[in-house]
Ligand binder design. Sequence first.
Ligand SMILES: Nc1nc2c(c(=O)[nH]1)N[C@@H](CN(C=O)c1ccc(C(=O)N[C@@H](CCC(=O)O)C(=O)O)cc1)CN2
Ligand SMILES: NCC(=O)N[C@@H]1O[C@H](COP(=O)([O-])[O-])[C@@H](O)[C@H]1O
Length: 215
Amino acid sequence: MSSNNTRSVATKRIIVLISGSGSNLQALIDAIELGAINGDIVAVISNKPDVLGLERAERANIPTIVIDHRQFDGRASFEAELSKAINELKPDLIALAGFMRILNSEFVQPYEGKMLNIHPSLLPKYKGLHTHRRALENGDKEHGVSVHFVTAELDGGPVIAQRIVEVEDSDTEQSLQQKVQRQEHQLYPEVVARFCNDRLDYRDGKAFIDGKPIQ
Ligand SMILES: Nc1nc2c(c(=O)[nH]1)N[C@@H](CN(C=O)c1ccc(C(=O)N[C@@H](CCC(=O)O)C(=O)O)cc1)CN2
Ligand SMILES: NCC(=O)N[C@@H]1O[C@H](COP(=O)([O-])[O-])[C@@H](O)[C@H]1O
């Protein structure tokens, strides 16, 4: 215990999984650079080659790994390779950031409580894909983003935090995505920072902040 009784928390090892642009990865890189997250991104893993997210990682001198799901004869063999790469790196946290593959329960189970996802909707609304289009088609006046623990149920894990954006009549899928992503780039670093300071817990399928259940 240090002299002033403040508990020092070891720097967390973070792996970020991506599939594309990596703007949420960039937000995490920037937050770490600013000292806002007690963590190091030890690797970025992409299931697609030649995506901008890999360039972002290389620019930040973060090791990159491509495990192309199209090179495997099924989800299970892809995930076996993915878990081998993850386990060799011994992460404290696995952050899905625009990672676009549905993961089997056998893959997810060992990582429950240390795997987060950012999803572009106000869960439990609009699990899955094309969330902005669905919100517009339904005439929603509010939309937003959720960060949740990952479980076997697609986008069904306990929600940790959300941000709301107002939907305007003039909004298109693109303008709505831009509004939501502006919130994503603030919210994900905030949640990852809480995880890395041991403020976030996951017990019996529920999420806790500072020991209190997140409703
Ligand atoms: N078991 C879980 N796997 C994943 C979760 C989760 O919560 N539990 N979150 C998703 C992320 N996600 C939305 O936030 C998401 C990603 C991908 C898909 C999807 O339908 N993927 C298709 C392929 C789509 C494509 O390649 O463009 C598929 O895997 O067949 C839905 C939701 C990550 N995984
Ligand atoms: N269902 C998963 C999903 O749709 N995730 C969304 O993909 C985008 C990835 O952007 P990025 O690669 O620039 O971070 C983000 O908006 C994220 O919420």
